[in-house]
Write a protein that binds this ligand. Sequence first.
Ligand SMILES: Cc1cc2nc3c(=O)[nH]c(=O)nc-3n(C[C@H](O)[C@H](O)[C@H](O)COP(=O)(O)O)c2cc1C
Length: 355
Amino acid sequence: MFETGLTRTLNIQYPLFQAPMAGGPTTPDLVAAVSNAGGLGNLGAGYLTPEQLRSTIQKIRELTDKPFGVNLFVPEQPEESKEAVVQMMDHLSRYHVRYGIAQNPLTLESLELFEEQVQVLLEEKVPVFSFTFGIPPQDVIQAMQQNGTVVLGTATTVEEARHLDLAGVNAIVAQGYEAGGHRGTFLKKVSESLIGTMALVPQVVDHVSVPVIASGGIMDGRGLVASLALGAGAVQMGTAFLASSESGAHEAYKQKILSSNEDSTEITSAYSGKAARGIRTKFMSDMDQYSGTIPAYPIQNALTREIRQAAAKANDPEYMSLWAGQGLRLVGGQSAEAIIKQTIEQAIRVQKRFQ
Ligand SMILES: Cc1cc2nc3c(=O)[nH]c(=O)nc-3n(C[C@H](O)[C@H](O)[C@H](O)COP(=O)(O)O)c2cc1C
């Protein structure tokens, strides 16, 4: 049912990917449960050390013999004035006082992290490698493909999709405005790259030579059938899996997901210095009042990390990042297997209506 070129290439039953979600939600249990249920589970590994990455992949392999994907962040080197960083540290110190934690000096992940992560993926011969925030060097894409790995890039505009196509990826995730989490935008300003999924997917499909995966606001069988009708070869669903029993999202975050609506989210760069969609929090409204410059990703991300961790420990969602998309009212708290089963059953019913 719903076989596409992509399901054949990836050797999966349904054209349904669970989105990679860095920062904890995509546990080995979730990734494996999705793959075992016929979809493609994806690990969000952007923040993992090479050691954590290897052991997590091994755990996934203990839980499934089906294909799965691993997602990394293409590294960025921001140029930020020391003054902006010092000013931000001064501003954020109130939250360190709030949680009674020390404010440590700024430490950024080494630029070699991405290369080391790639090395692990090559050694582990992962079935699928996806990336966001840019395009990795040609040799990385080629080495993956020569190793038998299917490579997917993320685009938020047709132009970005064309660049990815030229770079030789096997398929492109088209990420619409509705999507939860960080925007994958890498060519123009984010404000010029906020295209809704309904408009983005068919335009990308028309301008690239590889299959397209629709992503952003797809929550159920209706979204799946609509995406296939727009020409997508699969969908990638993130928010729909966030409150699932296998998701590693914090309990307070899950509760917020289950009680929020389509109008609860906003795109903000307050947490990480990079635009991302999440449920509106007190931290976001506090930061709206900040008159200085928010340092670029990954600097701001590193500056707020301890605050977010302390907030999680204190069960205080207002100071955690609660990434989520606009489909919030459609989220349930079932198991990953149940989400996939219901999505496919509903898609079959929807499709029958048109026959
Ligand atoms: C909590 C969260 C974390 C995310 N982390 C990543 C990530 O690490 N890598 C990535 O490519 N996309 C990430 N995304 C974006 C998803 O790949 C996808 O574009 C998005 O979830 C689709 O929109 P939806 O949430 O409305 O389904 C994340 C999304 C969420 C909600």
